[in-house]
Each structure stands twice: as C-alpha cells, then as structure tokens.
Design a protein around this ligand. Structure first.
Ligand SMILES: C[S@@+](CC[C@H](N)C(=O)[O-])C[C@H]1O[C@@H](n2cnc3c(N)ncnc32)[C@H](O)[C@@H]1O
Length: 408
C-alpha cells in the first residue's frame, strides 16, 4: 500500500504540507512567489507531491503520460536513440524524470533487440518514491539489464557521449506567474486567506469544523521586479497586444536548469518531449488565463491551492524558450515536430506489427493505443518532440516528416 492510499493519510499529508508552506509564507512577510509555492507543493522534501507517496502516474494515479499509454512510445524512442548511439562508442542514455520507469524499460527492451544497448542508462530523478518504483519496475521487467541502470542525485559531472531525454519534465518545472496591466506588471504569488496573523492564531475558514485543516491560500499580487518586467515586455512584444489583466506564466529557471542537466554531454543528442507551443502561440492574447493545469485523479483543474501535495501542478512549455535555453547551452537545433509526426517518422506501424507478433487481438489493442498517442484531439498535436545535437551531424528519422522549426 502506498503512503497516501487512505483518505485520512492523504488529508494528513496535505495538511502537513499546507502548514509547512504557510510557515514559509509567514516567515517571508505574508507573500510567497508562485514559483516558490509550486516548488514546495511539488518538491518539498518528504512532503511535496513528487517527494511524497501519492500514486501519481498511470490509470490508478492522477495523470497518464505517453509511456503509460503504450510501450510503442518507448519502442519508437529506442529506434530514434539507436540512430544516435550507433555514432557513439560505449554510449550512455541519461533519462531525466523517469516516472514509473516504463519508458526506461520499453526503451532498453527495444534497444536490446536492435543490438544497440547503451553501456549505461542513467536516471536523474528528484523523487525518492519514484526512484523506488522505477527500480522495482526495471528489476521485474529487465533483470538481465538492471546492472546498466544507475540513479543520479545530481546532473553527471563526467563527460559522456550518447543521448539525454526527458518526457513531461519541463512542464513540471516551477513557473512564475504575472498579470499584465496597461500601466504596470504584477507578480502573482500566494497569501494566506484572511492574512498571516489570523491564520497564525489558528483561525480557519468560516464554518470550518474544529480540527479541520486551517491553511487556505489565495492569490496575492505584488509589483513585478525589473527582471520580470523585462521578460513580460519581450513576451508582449512577441505575441501581444494583451488586454488589461492578462495572466500567464514563464519558467525563470529553465536556462540554468538546461545548462546544468546537459553540460556533460560531449557528443550526442538531447530530446525534449512535452505539451506546449512556440512562443507566438503560447502567449496569444486570447489565452488570457495562462496555461496552469493541475491533475488530480485523472481530472483537470486550474486551482493550485486545492489538494496540496496530492495533485500535480504543471504549465505548458514555451518551446521558443526551450530553444533559446538549449542553444545557449551549446546545442544545434536538429528538429521540432508533433508527437504524431515523430512516431510516424519512426515507423510506429512496424513497431506495432513487431510487438503484436501475429496476434490480431494484441494488434487491435496496440492500434487503439497508437490512436491515443497520435490523434490530434488526444496527444498527437498538443505534445511536441524537440531534438538538439552537439558534436554530431546526422539526420533523425523522428523529425523527417514534419519540420516545425520555423515556428519557434
Ligand atoms: C510528469 S512526470 C513524467 C514521468 C515520465 N517521464 C513519463 O513520461 O511517464 C515528471 C517526472 O519528472 C521528475 N522530475 C521533476 N522535476 C525534476 C527535476 N528537476 N529533475 C529530475 N527529475 C524531475 C518527477 O519526479 C517525475 O518522475
């Protein structure tokens, strides 16, 4: 049984995290940036959504990612990785944020049949809980390959050749939130409803039963600092004009994070997969409430203050910003396309035939999964694939069918 499996355990866990965040808000004088709030809600040691025991991924969890939908995603990704690993002697794959470990298992299993196994498969994972799940999954599915898998606490320092990949990790990096006005820009942060003093003295929401969790948060605005002002002016120039009150977000740490996780790749490719848009579409005037989305038991909401520590909080990815960050980190843009075109370019139909092995029922199940991965109304268009190369120049099959680099 997972730690938060009973409603009581989950409520207690959430209340502890609320108290922890409330204490930080009080210590900061009554207001915390949303970026810091999201950091704590997702990653506070032992308490955050990713640090705690919530089920998170898969049918019984809060959200479903492409590797959770089908092994076909990892199989296609393996075909793509093999093109790069063929160029590297003793190559390494570094996966960032490996979730349940399914993508690692699917990828390694297919690379084995392609005779293109990397010498090492490194997993950089912040969640101790998910690390444990990944290890259990890989030990069960691929006991013969587990010696190649190593978990890292921080980005590798030794140089390596090969592949770095991350599926749905960029959207989990904490974002800053802003509100645009004709005369000024505000940073949106988090306050304790009723004020820090009222809460500190134990006052709960009106009508709350004795002993109920008393920490209730709400949005609070402060004047934006100079750095945020500059970013917002650039974004507005690229996509505006925005109406008074336009709200959106951006990821201030993306540049430093990208540099840190990719710095040791001497020669090879980086693949980013996520849901998102090029900047001009991301910050369209009509998207005036931003892109923040929370996931709780397969349901979506826009309320980051509900189910704290029990729900995922994400924001769409500005792929133009990812492109800037990856270029600044020393890479050449090699491809940008939709998930549907990425999978088609890697011959997902052949992977289905191979995986079905002549079993018509299995083939029908796989075809259904492929539809989920590829249909425009499902994951096919919302999710994008992006490739970067350093010290290598080679065509990548996943990016051969549709080239969206001009849109960045
Ligand atoms: C939405 S899940 C995606 C999991 C998996 N890649 C998949 O596609 O199923 C995000 C994953 O990234 C991890 N993560 C979040 N921030 C991270 C960071 N800064 N460094 C490494 N892993 C991170 C989480 O713990 C989790 O494993």
């Amino acid at each position: 049984m997972r730690r938060n499996d009973t409603p009581t355990a989950a409520a207690e866990h959430s209340a502890r995290l609320r108290d922890h965040i409330a204490a930080e808000i009080q210590a900061a004088g009554g207001w915390l940036s949303f970026e810091r709030f999201m950091d704590l809600a997702l990653y506070a040691p032992g308490l955050g959504y990713y640090s705690g025991g919530a089920a998170k991924l898969g049918a019984g969890g809060d959200f479903t990612t492409a590797p959770e939908v089908s092994r076909l995603f990892g199989a296609c990704m393996a075909v793509q990785c093999a093109e790069v690993l063929r160029e590297a002697s003793a190559g390494t794959v570094l996966e960032i944020g490996a979730g349940s470990g399914r993508l690692a298992a699917d990828l390694l299993a297919r690379l084995e049949t392609l005779d293109q196994l990397p010498e090492n498969y490194w997993i950089l994972e912040v969640s101790a809980d998910l690390r444990q799940r990944q290890r259990e999954h890989l030990e069960k599915r691929l006991p013969q390959l587990i010696h190649r898998v190593h978990w890292l606490d921080r980005p590798p320092e030794e140089s390596f050749d090969g592949v770095i990949l991350a599926n749905e990790v960029l959207d989990a990096l904490p974002v800053a939130r802003f509100r645009w006005h004709l005369e000024k820009v505000e940073e949106l942060g988090v306050e304790i409803r009723g004020g820090a003093r009222g809460r500190a003295q134990g006052g709960g929401p009106a009508g709350a039963p004795a002993g109920a969790p008393v920490r209730e948060f709400e949005w609070g605005a402060r004047p934006a600092n100079a750095a945020m002002l500059n970013v917002c002016r650039e974004l507005a120039a690229a996509s505006g004009p925005w109406d008074d009150g336009y709200v959106s977000e951006y990821c201030p740490r993306l540049g430093a994070w990208t540099r840190a996780v990719t710095q040791s790749l001497r020669s090879g490719a980086v693949f980013w997969f996520d849901y998102g848009l090029p900047r001009a579409q991301y910050y369209l005037p009509e998207r005036h409430d931003g892109t923040l989305v929370c996931h709780f038991r397969q349901r979506l909401s826009d309320d980051p203050f509900a189910n704290i520590g029990l729900q995922d909080i994400t924001a769409w990815v500005d792929f133009t910003r990812v492109a800037e960050a990856s270029r600044e980190a020393g890479f050449e843009l090699a491809g940008f396309t939709t998930q549907a075109h990425f999978l088609a370019g890697l011959n997902i139909d052949q992977e289905m035939q191979l995986a079905a092995g002549g079993d018509a029922n299995h083939f029908a199940r796989l075809a259904n999964q492929a539809r989920q991965l590829m249909m425009p109304g499902e994951m096919g268009e919302r999710f994008k694939a992006m490739a970067w190369l350093r010290g290598l120049d080679l065509p990548l099959s996943g990016f051969a069918l549709l080239d969206l680099r001009h849109s960045l």
